[in-house]
Write a protein that binds this ligand. Structure first.
Ligand code: 13P
Ligand code: SF4
Length: 320
């Protein structure tokens, strides 16, 4: 029998206290989950939050597996994921062998990988980035060329915002959700709402990025909508972000550029699965990274976290 959302949320909040658990949720999670989280944010904000965990005995990370792995490396406490099958398909474009092949082809050129990669792929990288830190991370190397992957659209974004030559590890690498956006969607909505602000995620195709008023991570979108005086926003990213922005800003109009942009992997998490983790602490939900990879990945994640960056994740008011 399905439990009512409110009942489930109350059970989670009470058990969360008992277990001394911190709940971190990505911006794409449904509102019901965001409401019981301590922090909601983009991958960079959640990485920073994971590194600052103190006074808790465990973390429940509600996002795709590779983000949870990043949290497990940075957090001093065990990290659990509500659905261990929440895998980001973008990560499938890179394996260690492919990266080693590129390194051979371009000896001495540093490798930057997106956080949405396997631990094995990260172990071959000189630095890691998120969408919110990609430009800064690449520029921090102070070089003319970088090897970059797996997202070819994010690579285009870096090309457009730096003078660095960006070599794709796999030109086919893309996120199937952000690849759904095309320029005609933006143009049509802009005609209808000429005073709107169009914001695109850097995983969108470059034509969409070029015509948008702003391009940035989901955290940047949250900040922009909160701080701008504009009344209408056209958003090109996953639908969870649209629902969240509309709920937080009922006085503004938040329009998705495409309603079909739903990440099935992020949506695998449910309140029931979060409750199950808190009740049973199942070992299959405990996030681990093979030990040999951990020291290097921790080092490069800490380097990324130290770069100047965006504001903190949204602290959510939790009632218990
Ligand atoms: P953000 O870091 O911007 O939240 O992006 C994560 C992601 O998976 C985008 O699809
Ligand atoms: Fe991966 Fe795209 Fe889903 Fe983000 S939206 S988690 S990049 S599949």
């Amino acid at each position: 029998m399905e439990l009512d959302v409110k009942v489930l949320q109350e059970k989670i909040l009470s058990l969360k206290k008992e277990r001394k658990a911190l709940i971190l949720a990505h911006n794409y999670q449904i509102i019901d989950i965001q409401e019981i989280a301590d922090f909601v944010g983009d991958s960079l904000q959640l990485a920073r939050q994971s590194a600052e965990v103190s006074g808790f005995d465990m973390v429940v990370f509600v996002g795709v597996k590779f983000m949870a792995e990043m949290a497990s490396i940075l957090s001093p406490t065990p990290v659990y994921i509500p659905d261990p099958k929440a895998l980001c398909p973008l990560a499938g474009y890179l394996d260690a062998q492919k990266i080693r092949g590129k390194k051979k082809e371009y000896p001495g050129v540093p490798v930057v990988v997106y956080v949405n990669t396997t631990a094995e792929a990260k172990s071959e990288a000189d630095l890691i980035c998120t969408s919110g830190s990609a430009v800064e991370v690449v520029e921090s190397l102070g070089v003319d060329r970088v090897i970059f992957g797996p997202d070819a659209h994010l690579a285009d974004y870096v090309r457009a915002h730096t003078s660095v030559e960006v070599i794709d590890i796999d030109e086919r690498g893309h996120c199937y959700v952000h690849n759904m956006f095309d320029l005609s969607m933006l143009i049509e909505l802009k005609e209808e709402y000429p005073d709107s602000i169009a914001i695109a995620h850097p995983e969108c195709p470059i034509e969409v990025q070029e015509q948008a008023d702003m391009v940035g991570s989901t955290g940047m979108m949250a900040r922009t909508v909160a701080e701008s005086d504009a009344k209408v926003f056209l958003i090109a990213t996953e639908m969870g972000m649209i629902h969240q922005l509309q709920k937080r800003h009922p006085e503004k109009t938040i329009l998705p550029m495409y309603e079909g942009a739903v990440c099935r992997q992020m949506k695998k998490h449910t309140l029931e699965k979060i409750l199950d983790v808190l009740v049973n602490l199942p070992s299959k939900n405990l996030v681990t990274v093979p030990e040999p990879f951990v020291p290097h990945i921790r080092k490069i994640l800490e380097k990324m976290n130290k770069l100047r960056g965006q504001g903190p994740a949204t602290r959510v008011k939790v009632e218990s």
